[in-house]
Design a protein around this ligand. Structure first.
Ligand SMILES: CCCCCCCCCCCCCC(=O)SCCNC(=O)CCNC(=O)[C@H](O)C(C)(C)COP(=O)(O)OP(=O)(O)OC[C@H]1O[C@@H](n2cnc3c(N)ncnc32)[C@H](O)[C@@H]1OP(=O)(O)O
Length: 164
């Protein structure tokens, strides 16, 4: 049996200190996102410190997971539709414009969860996504997320608060 090596979007975001998705934040959630066909997938296992209620995941942490998974996936999608690899130029980065999470049922904190996101629309700088969260195959939350491109290495970024 061959195992296909996954390409994680976050591995192509050098200098990313984000709490949710930054490889450069050792205290962060360190999510990893990758393509499975048209769906961007993130599998993640929690820790006790992220409890909301006992054995249930804190809702804010879940929103952060969705948010970061979608921002990285919006980025990966932009490269994909330009038919180029994640290490190519120009470099794009996205920030959250709007996130709406519908918490459908409690999400366990003591079992792995899976986030599956799809892009619904790209319009200019704006990417609209839908993201579902699953635990043991059951959907526990669904979200609508709007990502806005805030960095484009082809453009002048003078005064851009997202760039140091
Ligand atoms: C190189 C760097 C290395 C480090 C890597 C770091 C990666 C980290 C990644 C981690 C990420 C982790 C995640 C985080 O934690 S990201 C942190 C949380 N997010 C923020 O702080 C964002 C704060 N807001 C802003 O900066 C601006 O308001 C943004 C950038 C959002 C819009 O800016 P701007 O006002 O200039 O945009 P525009 O006027 O050109 O409009 C363009 C289009 O967008 C539509 N629109 C506008 N606002 C919103 C909105 N709120 N919702 C929905 N849609 C909105 C607008 O109608 C228009 O659409 P249309 O009319 O064309 O249809």
């Amino acid at each position: 049996m061959t195992t296909e090596e996954k390409i994680y979007f976050q591995d192509f975001m050098p200098g990313n200190v984000c709490f949710g998705c930054g490889n450069n934040n050792p205290e962060g959630l360190q999510i990893k996102s990758y393509w499975e066909g048209e769906e961007a997938v993130c599998r993640w296992s929690s820790e006790e410190k992220y409890h909301g209620w006992a054995n249930l995941l804190n809702g804010g942490i879940l929103a952060t997971l969705i948010d970061c998974h979608c921002m990285c996936s919006a980025m990966a999608y932009a490269y994909k539709i330009e038919n180029r690899s994640l290490d190519s130029n120009p470099v794009y980065r996205y920030a959250t414009g709007t996130i709406t999470v519908k918490y459908l049922r409690p999400t366990p904190n003591n079992k792995p969860i899976e986030l599956r996101a799809v892009v619904e629309e790209v319009k200019g700088k704006k990417t609209t996504m839908k993201c579902n969260v699953y635990a043991e195959g059951e959907i526990t939350a669904e979200a609508q997320v709007i990502a806005i491109r805030v960095f484009d290495s082809n453009q002048s970024n003078a005064g851009n608060p997202f760039v140091e």
